[in-house]
Structures are given as structure tokens and as C-alpha cells.
Design a binder for this molecule. Structure first.
Ligand SMILES: [Zn+2]
Length: 649
């Protein structure tokens, strides 16, 4: 990596009056000079030590090297061969790696790269052995990328949750599978998948679904980082795989089974020994629709909550033609006084206990009663017996083919990033009464009337016109203006958040276009300040508590007992919101926070289990698309080149 000792981007001028870029580049070349050719030789020896060592120690090796070994010998030769006779600064390999690094960093096209290679070869005929094209250049380095090194890190064991390894699910797995845990080098993996449009143009409906794996053995500062994640599958477009994703997953699951049962022969460079590396998949990370495809439990319809399972509390709003998910009093203690208050909630008393979190065995017991689905286009609409009434299973998830999957406590993660975004959108849409976003409308009020609750909010007919009485959660025009003006002026430290003021239109009193991270910052930091003086006390208190809940939940260091407290808090907060907002406010995303504290307790800190790093990674993959008619090919090629260079640099 280049150092930033010389602040050329911040206006510092160097004493010789040369321009900064050049100086830094020269520094880098100098560094390269120091390392010389030996680096590359060492690196290859690290990757293929058995072969490299053998060659060194036994130059008259009587055995014929196998195909793999031959390739590596070729690499070793390239690494030792000077770029041209008498050149001690660059070997062929180091020069090509350097050149490809510049190509990747500046997004050169393959064509321009080939032209440059041709020119270089033409102008410097002494560099005879230089590759002819990008293809050849890449082939030289791609052999290096086959294996990845990884590390397991010692961690503090003080009952504080800083890493998934501190949490219950990990420890539970350790207790059951001793033979796996006894070697700390065995890898625990997370899996994430999501679709994106490679053209960034919403007019063309096209979805590519990469499946990304990342090891959790790494210490916090490396875990979930781009360079330590890998794309294992690329499910081609144009249509997303939907429930058929299992068909594409099959090869991956088969490999994971091998990795679990027998493992693969791996060289540990730090301990200089070979061992059988095994791996286990811990969980998946998905947004809510993809959660349905991956887990097999449909996240739509009446029983949309996969955690409440067939105990999902749903209510059909006839006027709004929507299903709402309330019933959060079930999560309160059985003797709580709110359970008796019918009129302030949905008009009923609540006697039910909170639904139990299903274990993998419970799920298997449910699935045992259902037949296996056929995948693909079968022409007929398939529905499992009782779907939507007794259960919401669409299929048997392929992950249960993994022998240990039913013993994982947390198999699929609810994504906090999307939940925060949706909850915040509902809140701000309703407070600001944004058309299309607000959950409070004539239909919502008619539903209140039909349920016979909150009489003062029912629509009134005055002189033939229907009026909606003002509600306590709605801001007046003056209040909206005050909020917009406040947001416009707000300043954050550099790099903390994107510029929120660009989302505000003071003239029209509108807030729009907030990205997921903007919502995260607003919900956790600004919401309490924003509503404090604008809304009545019970409303601002409930929203402030919700904001504090998310802030505490997303903390990088968690304690088990704090999470128990958060679990109690979120039940109370959602009940308070039920008393304030109309039922249409409670779509499934507003319900899901009730399960987040439990998931954090079992899975560990949220930042190892949410989509932020995955979305960033997807964005990077999107950047690889050069050839618009072959998006999948471009991504695969760009990814491979990048992986090689990450490995070499
Ligand atoms: Zn639920």
C-alpha cells in the first residue's frame, strides 16, 4: 500500500517543486526496488510450499512433477527471470503484476491494455518474454489465486460480545461438534446473497444474484472485509432465481458437505504443516424477500414472520386491503396491565404467550409432514398442503442437507440494515404526511372505524366533504418547515454520514431520497432531537425509545444481560406505538425488531450480520461490468483479476 506521508491531496507541495503524484509514484517504485525479485519467489513458496521446498532441497528430483507442480515451476521461473537481460529491478512476474494493478485501479479496458503490451514489446525488443495480451498476463498470475490464507485470532473470553465467536450460537456449535472445534483452523462461514441490476438502469429488468461467502475466523478488523470475502456463485439474469435458488445452490451445498465431512488438504504456512481443513456454514444474511427464498418460509402473506412462524399475529385491513402485524402485547409479561386494555389497542384483550423461537429440529418436524416441491417451471402453480394457514413453507430448504444445519441456533439473519430503513421510512412518511409513504390515509381511518377503536380519529363528513381529524403524530405545515430547516443546517464530522441536506427540500417541506445509511444515522442519532419539541410527549417518548433501542442494538460491544433488557424494552416500545399509530403502520418490517435482540444475543454484534458490507461488495461487482451484453462474464473476469491482485499485493 502506498503511504500518505506526503499530503499532496491536501495542498502540500514538495520542496523540489515537483508535482506530488510523481513523487509518490517514485516512492512506490523505490519500495519495489528494495524488495526486488525475492518477494515473488517467497510468495510462491508460501502458496505451494511442498513443491517449492522439494525443488530447492532436491534439485535432482527423480519424480516427474505433476501438472499442478509444472505450472508452479513455470511461475517460479517467471518470478526469477529478469524482465530483460541485466534488469535487477523487475522480474517478468513482478512487472506484469504491477502493470495489471495499474490497469485494475484505473479501469482500463482489455483492449487498451493489449495495445499497451504490443507497444511495449515493439519498443523494447529486449523484453522478449513479456506476455502478448491481457489474457496471457492474467494467466500468469491467476494460478496464485487458487488458495486463500486465513487466520484464527485469540480473543478475550469475558462474556462480552464483540465477535460472533463470543455468542451463544457459536458456543453451542462448539459443544455439539467437538471434533470440528478441536482444530481452530477449521473455517466457519457466513453466506450472503442478493440481487442487483448490473446496468444500474431500472428500465432494463435484469437481476444477477452473486452468492458470497466470508470466513468468521478472522479478527474483528478483518472480518467481513471485501478482501476476505469471495464470490462462490454467480446466478445469471435476467430473472432472479426466486424459490428456485436451491437448484443453483446445489453445487455449493455439495462442496460444503465435502468440506464438512472430509475437508480438504491444506498447507498452514504459519505452522509449516499440512492439515485437513474443514468448514461449516453458520448462517445466511439476506434482505427480507431473499430470506424467504433461502429459508423456504415465504415472507409474504398472513404468516409472513419466519420467527413467529405459524404463530404470526396478523390482521386483515379490509379498506386498506393489506395485512398488518400487531399483537406485540404477547411479548409482555403475562400479568402486564396493557394486556387487559382493549380499547387503547386493537379492541381485544391479549391472553396469548409470546411465540417460541423454533429450533432446527422443530422446523424439520414441520417439514417432515410436507412433500418435496418440484423446482423450475412446472407449468402449474404449486402449493404445499396448508400453506398460508397452518404454515408458510414453500419448499424444503436445501440448507437442511448440511448434516449440522438443524443444530445451528440462528440459521438465517434478519437484516437490521433494511429493517432500520423501512421502519424509518414508515415513521418519517407518516409524520410528514408524505404522499405514497404515509401509513395514515382515509383507508387507514376507515379501518379504525371498522375496528371500533380510537373514535376521535374516525373520518367525519362535514357539508358533504370527508374530513380526517388531525392526529397526534402528524406535523403541521409550520412544524414540517421547522424540521426541514433544522435538517438543512445540520453538520456532521467528515465521513460520518452523507450530506443529509441534499435530501431536504425546504421550499416544498419535503424529505426524500434518503439512502440506507442516512436512515440509519437519522433513526439512531437525529430522531430524538427532531421530535422532542414538535410532537406531544407520549409520541416523542415512544420514538425516542425506539431510536435508543436501535442505537444500543447496533453497538459493536454487547452484553448478554443488556440484550435481555432490550428484548423487554422493544416489546413495550412496539406496544406504545400500537397505541399511537393506526394499524396500517404495522407492516411486517415494523414487527421484525421484536426478534432482533434475541438474534443479537445468539449471533453476536449486528455489524457481522447485516447487509452493509454485502451491499458495498455488490457495488464493487457492479463496477466490473464493462461489456453490457455479457454482464456475468465481465463480473467473473473482473473478479478474478482483482482477486489475483489482492493476493499478490
Ligand atoms: Zn415475529
Amino acid at each position: 500500500m502506498r503511504n500518505y506521508n506526503f499530503w499532496y491531496l491536501h495542498g502540500e507541495e514538495d520542496s523540489d517543486g515537483e508535482d506530488g503524484d510523481k513523487l509518490v509514484y517514485e516512492e512506490e517504485v523505490h519500495e519495489m526496488d528494495m524488495k526486488k525479485v525475492d518477494d515473488m519467489v517467497d510468495m510462491i513458496a508460501d502458496v505451494y510450499p511442498h513443491i517449492a521446498n522439494e525443488r530447492e532441497h532436491n534439485p535432482n528430483n527423480p519424480q516427474e512433477p505433476n501438472e499442478d507442480a509444472k505450472k508452479i515451476f513455470k511461475l517460479l521461473d517467471d518470478a526469477k527471470q529478469p524482465l530483460f537481460p541485466g534488469c535487477d529491478k523487475y522480474s517478468i512476474l513482478s512487472f506484469v503484476v504491477k502493470l495489471m494493478h495499474i490497469k485494475c485501479m484505473n479501469a482500463w479496458s482489455n483492449n487498451s491494455f493489449n495495445m499497451l503490451l504490443t507497444l511495449l514489446k515493439d519498443a523494447f525488443p529486449m523484453c522478449k518474454t513479456m506476455p502478448n495480451s491481457n489474457y496471457e498476463a492474467k494467466k500468469m498470475v491467476s494460478d496464485l489465486a487458487k488458495d486463500m490464507r486465513w487466520h484464527s485470532e485469540k480473543r478475550k473470553n469475558d462474556r462480552v460480545l464483540r465477535h460472533p465467536a463470543d455468542a451463544e450460537s457459536w458456543r453451542n456449535f462448539d459443544n455439539i461438534y467437538n471434533h470440528f472445534t478441536c482444530d481452530p483452523r477449521n473455517v466457519r462461514l457466513g453466506l450472503a446473497t442478493d440481487g442487483f441490476n448490473p446496468f444500474g438502469n431500472m428500465n432494463i429488468a435484469y437481476n444477477i444474484w452473486p452468492v458470497i461467502l466470508f470466513p468468521y475466523n478472522l479478527p474483528p478488523w478483518m472480518c467481513m472485509k471485501e478482501s476476505y470475502s469471495f464470490v462462490t456463485l454467480l446466478i445469471p439474469g435476467p430473472r432472479g432465481p426466486g424459490n428456485d435458488i436451491d437448484v443453483y445452490m446445489r453445487p455449493l451445498i455439495d462442496e460444503l458437505k465435502i468440506l464438512w465431512e472430509s475437508g480438504v488438504d491444506t498447507y498452514d504456512a504459519s505452522m509449516k504443516e499440512n492439515f485437513q481443513m474443514r468448514s461449516a456454514l453458520m448462517w445466511t444474511i439476506n434482505d427480507f424477500p431473499a430470506y424467504g427464498y433461502v429459508s423456504g418460509w415465504s415472507t409474504q402473506g398472513k404468516l409472513a414472520c419466519p420467527c413467529c412462524n405459524n404463530k404470526t399475529c396478523h390482521y386483515h385491513l379490509r379498506n386498506g386491503a393489506k395485512t398488518c402485524y400487531m399483537g406485540h402485547r404477547r411479548f409482555l409479561p403475562l400479568n402486564h396491565k396493557w394486556r387487559e386494555q382493549a380499547a387503547q389497542f386493537d379492541g381485544t384483550k391479549e391472553r396469548r404467550a409470546s411465540p417460541k423461537q423454533l429450533s432446527g429440529d422443530d422446523v424439520l418436524n414441520q417439514l417432515r409432514l410436507l412433500k418435496q416441491m418440484e423446482f423450475g417451471k412446472t407449468g402449474k402453480k404449486q402449493k404445499l398442503l396448508g400453506q398460508g394457514i397452518d404454515h408458510n413453507w414453500k419448499k424444503h430448504s436445501i440448507f437442511f442437507n448440511l448434516p449440522y444445519w438443524h443444530n445451528q441456533m440462528l440459521r438465517h439473519n434478519l437484516d437490521v440494515m433494511h429493517i432500520e430503513k423501512n421502519v424509518f421510512d414508515n415513521i418519517i412518511g407518516t409524520l410528514m404526511n408524505i404522499e405514497g409513504k404515509t401509513k395514515d390515509s382515509l383507508k387507514a381511518r376507515l379501518d379504525l372505524q371498522e375496528m371500533g377503536i380510537r373514535q376521535p380519529l374516525h373520518p367525519k363528513e362535514v357539508n358533504g366533504r370527508i374530513l380526517l381529524p388531525a392526529a397526534c403524530y402528524m406535523l403541521s405545515n409550520d412544524e414540517k418547515r421547522a424540521l426541514c430547516q433544522w435538517l438543512q443546517q445540520i453538520k456532521f464530522p467528515d465521513g460520518y454520514s452523507a450530506n443529509l441536506s441534499r435530501c431536504v427540500n425546504v421550499k416544498d417541506n419535503r424529505i426524500s431520497g434518503m439512502k440506507t445509511h442516512d436512515c440509519h444515522v437519522f433513526l439512531e442519532r437525529l430522531l430524538p432531537l427532531a421530535v422532542r419539541d414538535l410532537l406531544p410527549r407520549p409520541v416523542s417518548d415512544a420514538l425516542t425509545e425506539l431510536s435508543m433501542f436501535f442505537k444500543a442494538l447496533c453497538s459493536k460491544i454487547l452484553r448478554s444481560e443488556d440484550l435481555d433488557r432490550l428484548q423487554e424494552q422493544i416489546a413495550r416500545i412496539l406496544c406504545k406505538l400500537e397505541k399511537i399509530f393506526p394499524p396500517s403502520f404495522f407492516d411486517i418490517m415494523v414487527h421484525l425488531p421484536i426478534h432482533l435482540a434475541w438474534e443479537a444475543k445468539v449471533g453476536g454484534p449486528v455489524n457481522y450480520r447485516w447487509m452493509y458490507s454485502i451491499e458495498r461488495y455488490m457495488h464493487k461487482l457492479k463496477g466490473y461490468v464493462r461489456n453490457k451484453s455479457r454482464p456475468e462474464g465481465s463480473i467473473a473476469e473482473g473478479y478474478l483479476a482483482d482477486e489475483c491482485l489482492t493476493f499478490c499485493s
